[in-house]
Structures are given as C-alpha cells and as structure tokens.
Design a binder for this molecule. Structure first.
Ligand SMILES: [Zn+2]
Length: 239
C-alpha cells in the first residue's frame, strides 16, 4: 500500500515510507575512523546554524552530532528492530530540540507503525527538527527519506531532519531558499517518479531512494548529508 494522505497539524505529523520487495545489501562501511574534533556547543557550527547565528552557506562539509544524541537515536533504531525475528518492525522517532544550554536533544519519543509515525511537535524547548527510523521487516537498511518525509519537513519549518536506517543516517538542512510550503502530493509524486526511474536504471532501492532525495533537495533547496551512526555526517549536496 502506498502512503496515505496525511493532515499536518501544529502538534503532529506523519512520516511514510514505501514498501520494498527486494532485499539488498547495505552500502559499504566507511574506511577508517574520522578524527573527532572536540567542540563546545558555543562553537559547534551545527548548533550555531540551528540558533540562527550561522548561515547554511558557512557550514562545514562534515557535521558532528553530540554523543548523547547518537545514543538516543541508536537506541530508537534498536527498538525499531527489536522484534524483527518475528517479522515485526516499527518506526520510532522524536523531536529535536535545543535546550537552554544549547544541547541538541531528542524529546517526545513515540513509536509508529512499520510504515508511518505521528510525531508530536509541541515542545517546551526550541524545536529545531525531527528524527525517525526506517526499519523494514525484510531487514533491508539504508533507506533514506520518503517524499512525504521531506514535504513534511519543509511544511513544518524544521531546520534539521534526520532518518536512521540501520547504521546509515541521512539528514537534510533547510536553507533560506527552501520554500515555506510545498504540496505534499506533488512532492510524493516527484519522488516516486524519480525513484522508479533510478530503480529502472538498475540502482538498488537504497541508491534509488537517496538519489530521489537528492533530486528533491535540488528542487527545494535543501542540503543533504549522510553517514554512519556515531560518525560525522558528510555533505552530499548543498544548494
Ligand atoms: Zn519516513
């Protein structure tokens, strides 16, 4: 079943992922380990961007997320696949906030279904984005954003959107050229068209999804990063 129409309110939204039939291998792990630079939240480029003190144009090609956040996100991934042996998975997610001390944290954690999740957007701290997981009952990982995910991210005004699917993590950043509003059906259609084209060219589902995301990032001026859990996210596209 394809994703259903969803109403986006101030307090919730829905994320959908497309079902895949074929099991494919994960992308290759990165070679070696990138050096970790110690940064305080005061000097962290991502935090500065999220606080509106730095333009997306001045962001580095690699973004480092706080360790605590990685642990939170990875825990939600583990919960997502906790019953995969029984053929059951569920999306988990939450809202990314900056607290008074500029700590990037995940709050309002909720469980979704195997294909969608309703995120609760009302928070006390500054809401800067969302995170959710993309598990598949087949065990396939490395599935990036759906078209509806990106449409929701644009329409709710979030600056940072993160999806984790296995060890693979994908992120988009809003830029000042990103539209305030998009018609989600139109975005979902563009996404489906692109993805099918790429699958038709022989790409894996993972690559087709990522390239379809990149097409949407070009169309809607979103920056796109990807990487592996606990490692820096590397820029793949910047408007
Ligand atoms: Zn999703």
């Amino acid at each position: 079943m394809p994703c259903k129409a969803t109403a986006v309110s101030e307090s919730s939204l829905r994320r959908c992922i497309e079902p895949f039939d074929e099991l494919r291998a994960c992308p290759e792990p990165a070679e070696g380990t990138a050096p970790v630079e110690m940064m305080t939240s005061k000097t962290d480029p991502l935090i500065e961007f999220l606080r509106g003190r730095r333009s997306w144009r001045d962001l580095p090609e690699e973004l480092t997320l706080p360790d605590d956040l990685w642990h939170q996100m990875d825990d939600l991934w583990q919960r997502s696949i906790a019953r995969i042996a029984e053929g059951q998975v569920s999306e988990w997610g939450g809202v990314l906030v900056l607290d008074e001390s500029d700590n990037l944290r995940l709050v309002n954690i909720v469980q979704g279904t195997s294909r969608a999740i309703m995120l609760q957007l009302a928070v006390q701290d500054t809401r800067v984005g969302t995170f959710h997981t993309h598990p598949q009952p087949s065990g396939i990982t490395g599935i990036a954003f759906s078209g509806v995910d990106l449409a929701d991210a644009i329409n709710t005004g979030e600056l940072l959107s993160i999806v984790q699917s296995g060890e693979e993590v994908f992120a988009t950043l809003r830029t000042d050229a990103t539209p305030m509003f998009v018609e989600w059906k139109e975005v979902a259609m563009q996404y489906g068209f692109s993805r099918n084209e790429y699958v038709g060219q022989g790409m894996s589902e993972q690559d087709a999804t990522r390239y379809a995301d990149l097409d949407l990032c070009v169309a809607y001026a979103l920056a796109f990063y990807c990487g592996r859990a606990f490692e820096p996210l590397v820029e793949e596209y910047r408007p």
